[in-house]
Design a protein. Sequence first.
Length: 95
Amino acid sequence: MADGAPFRSSFETWPAWPRLNQALAARSSLWAVCRCGREAPIDPKSWVGQGLARQATASLETRLRCLCGARRARLEIRGLSEAPASGAGGIYVFR
């Protein structure tokens, strides 16, 4: 940079991915969203039991499978007011 500061790409600093343990907060829920449009609530307890509570949600996205055949689904932490009344289902934890 012109001021002598090193260049830092925005990918390294943003977005700050939420951690899995944030989905365990009192009024939060973990949701998976596939590219096909399917959404499903995900129970994070199996991952927490494996010691993955401090993992970023982005690193866990490849552990999901959708009925459409997708091997990845985006994970979102939503508040109770943001979550739909019922999920479509069809997205499962693979490992």
